[in-house]
Design a protein around this ligand. Sequence first.
Ligand SMILES: Cc1cc2nc3c(=O)[nH]c(=O)nc-3n(C[C@H](O)[C@H](O)[C@H](O)COP(=O)(O)OP(=O)(O)OC[C@H]3O[C@@H](n4cnc5c(N)ncnc54)[C@H](O)[C@@H]3O)c2cc1C
Length: 594
Amino acid sequence: MYHAPLRELRFVLHELLGDERLAGLGGLGDYSADFADSVLDEAGKFAEEVLAPINRIGDSKGAQWTPDGVVMPPEFKSAWAKFVEGGWTQLRGSQEYGGQGAPNLLGIAVEELWASSNLAFKLCPMLTQGAIEAIDQVGTEHQKQKYLPKMISGEWTGTMNLTESQAGSDLAAIRTRAAPSGDHFKLIGQKIFITYGDHDYTSNVIHLVLARIDGAPAGTKGLSLFIVPKFLVNDDGTLGARNDVRCVSIEHKLGIHASPTCVLAYGDKDGAIGYLIGEANRGLEYMFIMMNAARLSVGLEGYALGERAYQQALEWSRNRVQGRPATQVRAAEGKPLPIAYHADVKRMLLTMKAYTDAARALALYTALQLDVAKHAAEDSIRTAAQSRGELLIPIVKAFATETGIAMTSLGIQVHGGMGFIEETGAAQHLRDVRIAAIYEGTTGIQASDLVGRKVARDGGATITALLTEMQAELAALKADDPTAARGKAAALEAITALGDATASVLKSYRQGAELALAIAVPYLMLSGLAIGGWLMAKSSAIAAQKSGSDQEFYRGKQQVARCYLEHVLPESLALSRIVASGAACVVEADAVLF
Ligand SMILES: Cc1cc2nc3c(=O)[nH]c(=O)nc-3n(C[C@H](O)[C@H](O)[C@H](O)COP(=O)(O)OP(=O)(O)OC[C@H]3O[C@@H](n4cnc5c(N)ncnc54)[C@H](O)[C@@H]3O)c2cc1C
């Protein structure tokens, strides 16, 4: 049973991040906390009533390949129809083309609900949204009119085609060819691992494909981006001939069985007709428009599944009676009690909730930066928010997914042996979330993006501005009792550790990129933990000031923040030591001796 954590989301949106200020930004005048709440209420119902009940069905039935195309479980097909009917595909699309223009902040909050309730389902709207954003930002007016209204309405879906068998993390190795042919191009090549590359939800699928125009330079500078529809689209919007792109197989995977992962063959007959989007040879830059949005959205998958696993583990721990916990429960008097009373089970549950809350706050804070970057009136505010958002995206992507994997694994541990048995459903969450640290750029790729492009490139200016702000805010936090004082000190200590680690990364980078790359993942995890510490300390301080109704919720917030600050955050000290002195042993290790 999944319960949409609406109160948690409202806390982060309204109380921690003060989302009302979005209404003061250009283009978001209609936004209000009440509007966000009504959207979240409806999304919560959809997630609980439509998507969660078919999550197990998707896992056991999966998508099926046939020579005529991929066939989805009927329950998924009908859920897609309801999703479209409910207008959910329109939430973030531009109003000009039939969307509702909701801010990223609300979009990310809603997507958590889709991901928790049914990750395999969530991927289709996520990739469609990425394709919509790319066409919206770089397409011609004609292309926008032709594709956007039907993609935003959910009549068609979209995909993102980067990967080839020899070109995964290294996109410079892409070989798919695009031969000029009049006003369009003919694409020839094979893409692998394409999520929702084919399905029977909709009448058309719009592929966004990275390929190399004949004669273009080698490497990423020679990649262009193309729109390749499954069915060609006539000027009046009706569907024309079947294009020369086919799904030749789908993968058998550890998880997300109902998300078809397709091998797509382009141009087996005469070449697949593709339309250049934007300028030639700037394809990777455009693809990053989709990838930034998608990386944030994949990041949320980590804590969304952490939340789902937590809910399930909590319920189990309240019902499974085992042993006599060394706890004082008056009514029990030495009788066996539910495992939720064992200190170690409490530790596991608190840890799951703590990481989930911190990652959620971090992801939503990042989404807010992207909204400010897009809509603020002043140039300087927009630029600063854009840099901060870009700094945080790899941190959210990797920190939230790596910890999501650890939390879903803890969820199994709370179940004991039954966690390992598929019947309880605890294992599906771990199997499903495992991919999130791989696709859209592995954790290693996010970490090298963080230390190279986001920290070293500007000499640490963007992260230093954030560190200074966090330090000042924490220093000003009221800490009226010893617990609050300890939490504040722990959060400040982690920020100092991150500052020292940043200086050390910058120094290593100057000495040679390899030294910095060897500790890039520990540095990224330290960043996530420490920034999470700032947000959790703020959350606790906000909760401490509340009186009146909802006391139980606010006490719960303080309890979990305390656990994060006292029990989880000290790991940042170990990570900072690894960043300071753990690189040489990796760099100097001889790969031949492995
Ligand atoms: C279920 C699923 C869905 C997917 N959906 C899509 C999709 O819709 N569209 C799409 O285009 N692709 C998709 N992918 C592909 C996915 O993005 C790639 O698998 C991923 O980027 C990693 O590439 P790779 O598998 O080739 O691994 P490799 O690049 O071979 O990486 C192997 C290991 O080497 C490390 N490594 C490689 N290069 C570096 C480096 N420079 N620095 C540090 N470490 C490095 C990686 O971190 C990893 O640990 C999907 C994959 C899966 C499994």
